[in-house]
Write a protein that binds this ligand. Structure first.
Ligand SMILES: Nc1nc2c(c(=O)[nH]1)N[C@H]1C(S)=C(S)[C@@H](COP(=O)(O)OP(=O)(O)OC[C@H]3O[C@@H](n4cnc5c(=O)[nH]c(N)nc54)[C@H](O)[C@@H]3O)O[C@H]1N2
Ligand SMILES: Nc1nc2c(c(=O)[nH]1)N[C@H]1C(S)=C(S)[C@@H](COP(=O)(O)OP(=O)(O)OC[C@H]3O[C@@H](n4cnc5c(=O)[nH]c(N)nc54)[C@H](O)[C@@H]3O)O[C@H]1N2
Ligand code: SF4
Ligand SMILES: [Mo]
Length: 857
């Protein structure tokens, strides 16, 4: 508990602002902080603050949230009083303001959260070697000094290295590798995270993964599409900012929207002309059924549905005449669809039995896509975050190639997700590098796949590749960044691992799940408390932020934490990080920022820098000519490239390839789109889990729709008759903001259950339910809805686990309590392939989490 006046000091508020008499509290300004969070000021205090001008400072909104928006913080006397968003330009359809979502606008509640991690803390019963390790997660915390904390971390690194070796240290993220690599390195982690099977596989058959490179056209061109298919994406929740607005412009321009999704999402509601509910993870089967309709009904003269010219010119593997050299002719896609060799046509009836989509709908949509001139086939990554979905991206490409909806105005096939939602293309404006040199090499050079990580550590063996299993003995975990224990597959196994290793340390902002199960927690600054930098989101705009407030309490930048630990390990600050001061790093990023030139052919400097600027900043650099001054950047916090239809900044994905594939080959083995791809097959095999065919054949997911049945042929439901998905929810950015009191009120964290399933189980809206999977159990208040197709449960991604010590059941609705540790194919974390059930909870009903106590220490 803290008393008010120490707060005043902590937050660098002048005492005067607090010395008003006990006048009635008004609804005016607020300042931090009491044990209950932000506190309202008295009328006198508020008036005094109002008299001060303060400054609007561009403030970072740095989360992995799918958007990027301008935030500005109004700072008076070193304290943020309010937050606003983009008013730096007129709003228009072509050049929308970069407006913040509900989360960004609540960020003051996060930075000033009463539950901020304030000081380095040690678990009370920790001792070298771990002490009572099972107490992790339940133990009390003791405040310690930075000196003691970094001593403990460095000595544990040395101790564990000495007792075992560097292969016993696992780092899940962050800068700490720089220090650890100086003493021999550590084991890392890897996986396909966001992308599912879109991460690496597509480069082998010739499509882009959607984050770094795009296979869809830019937002202006979207308005040329007559039909837009949103296949498993919900921009209204997962890409806030302008993407949904851009889609709306396409709708105004006349596009028809079909939404294929097990959930009738806000995007479906706003944009959709038709909603096609599909069983989770069966999209591949559905698309095969559509391909069958097109193949069987295509007639080049009377009913052209297939773009034969495109297929022949730009792809291999479609039919027996288009096979790459050396391939078995029988293994072509067309024969597979028709069932020529396996006797099983993948027709609409076959697809309907798996996907749940009516046969007539499958045929009608297939015909519509095949016969419409300009179609955009857009998919998110969610349908690929499915175990065994390794061939799904290749299927998506194949369907686009068949119908020729690629690489032309209004025609595109690919990923529309995250920063690239509905707006593909190279960045039009970007920041420069900081100049910080790369760190020492990690001599261990080994990494464990997320999808098996916790179980592999439990079992002492992990998969390093095809026929390559290796012993592993992890005894120390350093969570430098990320929410790994919360966001990786099989959380129950993860908690067990955390209760058994010898040492766990976390850098963070709060007692997050990682921190909760640690021995030492180190308070990190937020981006509001740091020197500054750039953030990018959609391709049109670059966001600049600078220091808004001084570091809270004893929080330090991660770089400083790593440096301190490096020093305790016997190295100089320069050896850990180089010797470029933070101010110079920021200046370098500004000086190196570039923007597309008017012709759209090259980049030029963004910021004009004078000798005076250089002297004022106290940095080294050269004057340069750009578009805007440093002062303007510092004031506005955003630079947005002005767009208009037909300008030089448009983007048509793979346009040059389509025009002349010989002169502009893809980076695939054949230089073409590979509907038959041995390279993809080899790649998947090399990872060491499961294998696939060179053409996109349908592989039912592990824990997919078919597994909800004991006997799929006879349709006898099994013990886990429902499918659980984890939509990315507007309440949070993954786990971030789960503790934010405003967002807890705005977006209750209920589990979405289909009305028919609820009725069958005697569950009413607002009842507490227990959701069960093969791997765990969790409680939530039920939101009974018609928006989910029957058979599907929507457990929103990212809630912080809260294991009830009495029942052992999670009370928070943590998604990864329900996921297993089941690696498949190309190391996919298949979070959307989980089967389960729910029932009415007969124990104490849950309180809405807006009434939950914050995790303060
Ligand atoms: N079951 C299930 N699991 C999923 C998903 C799913 O759909 N279902 N989605 C997956 C996806 S797509 C993703 S991208 C991952 C995301 O997985 P993570 O990246 O692990 O998730 P975040 O919640 O973004 O975690 C960021 C953490 O870093 C902290 N942090 C932020 N900035 C700083 C900083 O500067 N310093 C320090 N020290 N800490 C900082 C935040 O407070 C937060 O705790 O989750 C995946 N996990
Ligand atoms: N608000 C918010 N936005 C975010 C994030 C966040 O945590 N919160 N995270 C960001 C990150 S890192 C990522 S990777 C992206 C993820 O963005 P996406 O990969 O698009 O994931 P989701 O938003 O979970 O799901 C999109 C839609 O797919 C549907 N869906 C789920 N399974 C299937 C399926 O098997 N088939 C079909 N056809 N549809 C399915 C869901 O119902 C949902 O409507 O979101 C980003 N945006
Ligand atoms: S979409 Fe992301 S960047 Fe934009 S305000 Fe919301 S949380 Fe911040
Ligand atoms: Mo993600």
């Amino acid at each position: 508990m803290f008393e008010l006046f120490s707060k005043v000091k902590d937050f660098k508020i002048s005492r005067r602002a607090f010395l008003g008499t006990g006048a009635a509290v008004t609804a005016g300004a607020m300042v931090p902080v009491t044990s209950k969070g932000l506190q309202k000021l008295s009328a006198v205090q508020a008036e005094e603050l109002r008299d001060k001008e303060g400054e609007w400072i561009p403030a970072a909104c740095w989360h992995n949230c799918g958007g990027r928006c301008l935030l500005k913080a109004h700072v008076v006397d070193g304290v943020v009083q309010r937050v606003k968003t983009d008013d730096t330009r007129e709003d228009s359809a072509d050049n929308p303001q970069q407006r913040a979502c509900v989360r960004g606008r609540s960020q003051r509640q996060q930075v000033y959260g009463v539950d901020r991690l304030k000081y380095p803390m040690k678990r009370k019963h920790w001792e070298p070697g771990g002490g009572d390790k099972a107490l992790r997660g339940e133990d009390e915390w003791e405040r310690i000094s930075w000196d003691e904390a970094t001593d403990i971390v460095a000595s544990e690194i040395e101790r564990i290295k000495g007792k075992y070796d560097n292969r016993s240290i696992l780092v899940t993220g962050g800068d700490i590798s720089r220090a650890l690599n100086l003493v021999g390195g550590h084991v890392g982690t890897w996986g396909t995270t966001s992308w599912g099977s879109w991460r690496w596989g597509p480069s082998y058959f010739g499509l882009q993964e959607g984050y770094f490179e795009h296979s869809i056209n830019d937002r202006m061109d979207l308005r040329n599409s007559q039909l837009i298919v949103l296949w498993g994406l919900n921009p209204a929740w997962s890409s806030p900012g302008s993407p949904t607005y851009n889609f709306l412009q396409a709708k105004k321009a006349g596009a028809r929207f079909i939404v294929i999704d097990p959930m009738y999402s806000e995007s479906a509601e706003l944009l959709g002309d038709e909603w096609v509910p599909v069983h989770v993870g069966t999209d591949h089967a559905l698309m095969l059924g559509m391909a069958h309709t097109i193949i069987t009904e295509d007639d080049p003269d009377d009913n052209p549905l297939i773009d034969w010219d495109f297929l022949k010119k730009c792809s291999v593997g479609f039919d027996q005449d288009m096979m790459p050299e050396g391939a078995d002719e029988k293994q072509n896609f067309k024969d597979y669809v028709l069932g020529t060799h396996d006797g099983e046509p993948k027709d609409a009836a076959w697809a309907s039995a798996i996907s749940g989509v009516d046969e007539t709908v499958i045929k009608r949509i297939a015909r519509e896509i095949g016969s419409t001139n300009r179609v955009a086939l857009l998919t998110g990554w969610a349908p690929a975050r499915i175990k065994n979905s390794d061939s799904w991206p290749q299927m998506f490409m194949t369907f686009g190639a068949m119908t020729g909806h690629m690489a032309k105005p209004g025609r595109m096939t690919g990923v529309s997700c995250h920063f690239g939602t509905g707006n593909g293309g190279h960045r039009l404006v970007m920041g420069g590098g900081s100049g910080v040199p790369g760190g020492a090499e990690n001599e261990v050079g080994e990494s464990i796949v997320h999808a098996e990580m916790w179980k592999a550590i439990q079992n002492g063996e992990y998969t390093a590749g095809y026929n390559d299993k290796r012993d592993i003995n992890i005894q120390m975990i350093y969570h430098g960044m990320g929410a790994t224990l919360q966001t990786r597959d099989g959380q129950s196994y993860g908690i067990d691992v955390h209760k058994n290793v010898e040492f766990v340390v976390t850098n963070g902002h709060f007692i997050t799940t990682n921190a909760k199960y640690s021995d030492i927690v180190l308070p990190a600054t937020t981006h509001w408390e740091r020197e500054g930098g750039f953030n990018v989101g959609n391709r049109d705009a670059l966001f600049y932020y600078r220091r808004v407030i001084e570091p809270m309490y004893e929080a330090k930048d991660d770089a400083e934490i790593t440096t301190m630990i490096g020093e305790k390990l016997g190295f100089t600050a320069e050896e850990v990080y180089g010797d470029i001061p933070a101010r110079q790093q920021l200046f370098n990023q500004i000086a190196g920022a570039t923007v597309i030139n008017e012709a759209g052919t090259d980049y030029e400097p963004l910021v004009t820098i004078t000798q005076e600027d250089i002297s004022e900043w106290g940095v080294e650099g050269e004057p340069q000519q750009g578009r805007i001054t440093i002062a303007e950047l510092e004031e506005k916090g955003v630079y947005q490239v002005e767009r208009k239809p037909g300008d030089n900044y448009g983007y048509i994905a793979q346009e040059a390839f389509r025009e002349d594939p010989e002169a502009n080959p893809l980076e695939t083995a054949t230089g073409k789109l590979e509907i038959y791809s041995e390279a993809l097959q080899e790649y998947v095999k090399s990872i060491g889990f499961t294998e696939i065919d060179p053409i996109p054949t349908y592989n039912p997911a592990i824990e997919g729709y078919e597994d909800t049945y004991d006997n799929f042929e006879n349709r006898e439901k099994g013990d886990y008759p429902l499918q659980v998905i984890n939509p990315h929810y507007l309440r949070r950015a993954h786990t971030i903001f789960d503790n934010n009191p405003w967002l807890r009120e705005a977006w209750p964290n209920e589990v979405y259950v289909a009305a028919a399933d609820a009725k069958e189980r005697g569950v009413k809206d607002g009842d507490t339910v227990k959701i069960t999977s093969k791997h765990g159990e969790t409680l939530r208040i039920a939101h009974v809805t018609e928006r989910l197709m029957p058979g599907v449960v929507g457990l929103m991604h990212g809630a912080w686990v809260e294991i009830d010590p009495e029942t052992g059941i999670d009370r928070a609705g943590s998604d990864n309590i329900l996921t297993g540790s089941i690696p498949t194919g190309q190391a996919i974390s298949g979070w959307n392939s989980v089967i389960g059930d729910f029932e009415k909870w007969e124990g104490t009903p849950l309180k809405e989490d807006k009434y939950w106590e914050p995790r303060t220490v």
